[in-house]
Design a binder for this molecule. Structure first.
Ligand code: BEZ
Length: 383
């Protein structure tokens, strides 16, 4: 009887094109499904699953089994949440997360248990800097990358003084540092750095201060629900000072921001209107599958996490236990991303073009590449 079942499952596996000797690959999503970053987390999962489904639900012949935890963008719960996936569900691969502070704890849990982690958003520089690790990959960006690219754009427009505004946590602080680095290198001056705690959206005192300071320009990092409110409040305050941002300010948010976002300039590693065959195919498929969501940068990052895992699994013929060989193949992969061709630094961070975009209706239209093939300096990474 036992032999008969085995023979049947082998026949099934052959019909499905899977390797019956291997267990399914277990993928754990640790993402925010509630709070200010909820839509971002959902888009990452959507993109990843769309890629796997396009391959027939298997990667390198192995079926993918999913597990999920809502991390609520709460760093204080991050270690427990990561361990739910690592220890309880025994996942092979962790995908996550959005919030930099949560990702720091997640990476510690991943490396401590030798679990492969693909960061599909959080930009904390340390993860691909001093804490870089062969088990950790990123399909998104460092917070420094898109912000650094905005400095020359601001200088080009003749702006000499800037005020920065952000949430006081790793993502905001590192974005402001990135902008400041290139803006001040070129002769500009950030005259004041305004901050409020994450995920606070009481922007009135800050807007009053900007009106009094009268800088040439304001540079900002906000994302998700907070970005929607900031752009609406900025427009309602009637400030004449131009507003620039890392592209998260207007990505996945334009439907809600409406008129208040029109004309805004941002820099990011994705844009609308790229009009390449790969991006057009991605956008058509995503819009058909998720008609209520725009094909935004977060969906692209999730999709590319699927592509990166596929590259690793193909190198080991689906055997996820061959971790070293799989990770080497992932580091060496070139991904045909909707954003453009994507390679990885030694630290595992994308080397990518950063686009200058302008809001037009519900789109962040590309005005061209602001910085080509921008690599994070990976300061402190010893790999
Ligand atoms: C971060 O926490 O790293 C982050 C969150 C949302 C958008 C971009 C970065």
């Amino acid at each position: 009887m036992h032999i008969r079942i085995h023979t049947l499952s082998l026949a099934c596996a052959l019909a499905l094109g899977t390797n019956a000797a291997l267990a399914d690959v277990k993928v754990g999503f640790m993402l925010p499904y509630s709070g200010t970053y909820a839509a971002l987390g959902q888009a990452i999962e959507n993109g990843f699953k769309m890629y796997v489904d396009e391959q027939g639900g298997t990667l390198a012949g192995q079926k993918i089994q999913y597990f999920q935890v809502d991390d609520e963008s709460d760093p204080s719960k991050a270690t427990d949440n990561a361990n739910r996936l690592i220890k309880r569900d025994q996942v092979d691969i962790l995908i996550g997360t959005v919030h930099s502070g949560v990702a720091m704890a997640m990476a510690k849990a991943a490396t401590g248990s030798d679990t492969t982690l693909i960061i599909a958003n959080a930009g904390a520089g340390a993860l691909t800097g001093p804490l870089c690790n062969p088990a950790v990959f990123r399909t998104s960006f460092t917070n420094w990358q898109p912000a650094f690219a905005m400095g020359p754009v601001a200088l080009d427009k003749g702006y000499k003084t800037a005020v920065s505004v952000t949430w006081n946590y790793a993502a905001g602080n590192e974005a402001i540092e990135g902008f400041k680095e290139s803006f001040e290198e070129g002769g500009g001056k950030v005259v004041k750095e305004l901050k409020l705690p994450f995920p606070n959206v009481e922007f009135q005192p800050i807007l009053t201060e900007i009106a009094a300071l009268k800088p040439d320009v304001v540079f900002t990092f906000f994302a998700g629900g907070g970005a929607v409110k900031f752009v609406q409040d900025y427009a309602a305050a009637g400030l004449k000072t131009p507003l620039l941002g890392s592209g998260f300010l207007t990505d996945g948010t334009l439907k809600a921001q409406g008129q208040s976002a029109q004309g805004l300039l941002t820099t990011l590693h994705y844009a609308d209107g790229l009009n390449t065959p790969k991006d057009n195919a991605f956008r058509t498929a995503y819009s058909q599958r998720y008609p209520n969501m725009a094909p935004d940068v977060y969906a692209v990052q999730g999709y590319d996490a699927g592509q990166l895992l596929a590259a690793g699994l193909e190198a080991v013929e689906g055997d996820v236990q061959q971790k070293g060989k799989m990770r080497d193949a992932m580091r060496a992969a070139t991904i045909d991303s909707p954003r453009g061709s994507l390679t990885f630094s030694k630290a595992g961070n994308p080397i990518q073009d950063i686009y200058l975009r302008q809001v037009d209706g519900e789109q962040n239209i590309s005005l061209g590449v602001a910085v080509e093939k921008l690599a994070d300096p990976a300061r402190g990474c010893k790999l």
